[in-house]
Design a protein around this ligand. Structure first.
Ligand SMILES: [Zn+2]
Length: 129
């Protein structure tokens, strides 16, 4: 199966690291507990410390990646409505308003007081200067 290129690639890479860190931490805690039970505190404490720090680190990383995906900036591109006067040809561009549709009669023409009509509704292309 072919995986398509997605921007999630970085996230899954992080996820692998998190899982590995988590597994190592659990292993460290496990060996720490085992050492503690057998009375070997000299081994138990460092192992537990490593395990707990690993868990904290992976939790932190998970939080970081979560935050990154959640705060992904979603740019709303402005939608423009073109209003045209059929009589004198006066053209007005304004922000899209709820209920706008093509051929809808809108406000009066400021020039000839004739009803104007929506001729186009489009999403503005992002311009980079
Ligand atoms: Zn007009």
């Amino acid at each position: 199966m072919d995986k398509t290129i997605t921007p999630r690639r970085i996230s899954s890479f992080f996820l692998v690291i998190i899982v590995i860190t988590l597994a190592l931490s659990i292993f460290a805690i496990y060996s720490g507990v085992t050492a503690y039970i057998s009375g070997d505190t000299g081994t138990a404490y460092p192992s537990l410390l490593i395990g707990v720090s690993g868990l904290a680190l992976s939790a932190y990383m998970l939080f970081q990646t979560r935050g990154r995906t959640l705060h992904m900036p979603i740019k709303m591109q402005p939608v423009t409505t073109t209003v045209l006067c059929q009589k004198c040809g006066f053209k007005n561009l304004r922000e899209f308003q709820r209920g706008d549709y093509i051929f809808k009669e809108t406000e009066e023409c400021p020039k000839c007081k004739e009803k104007m009509q929506i001729t186009a509704i489009y999403r503005e292309a992002e311009e980079k200067e």
